[in-house]
Ligand binder design. Sequence first.
Ligand code: HEC
Ligand code: HEC
Length: 206
Amino acid sequence: MTKLTTGAFLIGILAIGYFTVVQPASAVAQSLDELATGCAGCHGENGVPIDKTIPNIWGQNRSYLLTQLLDFKRGHRVNEQMSPMVEALSKTDMEALATHFSKLSWPDLQQPPVPDDVKAKARAILNPLNCRGCHQEHYQGDMVRPRLAGQQDDYLVKTMTDFHTGDRKTYLGMVALMKSIDEADIKALGAYLAALKLPGHIDQPH
Ligand code: HEC
Ligand code: HEC
C-alpha cells in the first residue's frame, strides 16, 4: 500500500474528480486503491471480468502479472483496451498492482463442464506437447508461468490464437507451440482449461 500523507491524500481525492473527467492519463500519483478501482472497470469489481474476452487477474501469479504489465508498457504486448491502461503507471505502481491482484482469491467464473469427447480431444493435444511441464500438474502455473485452470474460456481461445498467428509474441516458446496446433483445435483447449478446478490442497505460488 502506498503511504500518503493526509495532505497528499486529500489532494489525490480532489485530483481524481478533476482528472477522471478532464485528463485520465495524468501523471498525478494515485494510491493503489484508486489504481485498482480503475482496473475493476473491466476486470470486475468482484473478480469476474465484465466481458468473456477479458482475463481474470485475481489470484493470478504475481511475477506473471508484473511481466504482462511491463510488456504492455514496453509495447511488446499490444491490445487496444489494455495498452492505454499502463501508460501512466510507474514500475512501482505495476509492482504494487501485481502484488495486490495476486493476493485476491481466484473467482469461480461458473464455466460449464466439458463433454467427454472435448476432454479427450484436448488431452490428446495437451499431453504430448507437455504443457504441464511448464504450467504445472493442475495448470496452476508457477512464478513465471500463468495459471490456466479456470481462466475465461473465450480469453484463452483468443490469446492462444494470438500466439498462433504471432500477434502475441511475448514468449517465443508459446508462439512455436501454438503454431504447431491447428487453429480449429484451439477452441477445445480453451473449453477444457476453463473448466478445470484446482484440487483444494494446491497452494497458489503467489
Ligand atoms: C478498458 C478495459 C480494461 C481496463 C480498465 C484494464 N484492463 Fe487489463 N486487460 C483488458 C483486456 C481486454 C485484456 C486482454 C488483452 C489481450 O487480449 O491481449 C487485459 C489483460 C490484462 C492482463 C494480462 C492478463 C493475462 O492473463 O495475460 C493484466 C495483467 C491486466 N490486464 C491488468 C490490468 C490492470 C492492473 C489494470 C488497472 C491498472 C487493468 N488491467 C485495466 C482490459 C482492461
Ligand atoms: C516451456 C514452457 C511452456 C510450455 C511447455 C507451455 N507454456 Fe504456455 N506459457 C509459458 C510462459 C512462460 C507463458 C507466459 C508468456 C508471456 O510472458 O506472455 C505462457 C503463457 C500461456 C498462455 C497465456 C495465458 C494468459 O493468461 O494469457 C496460455 C493460454 C498458455 N501458455 C497455454 C499453453 C498450452 C496450451 C501449452 C501446451 C501446448 C503450453 N502453454 C505450454 C510457458 C510454457
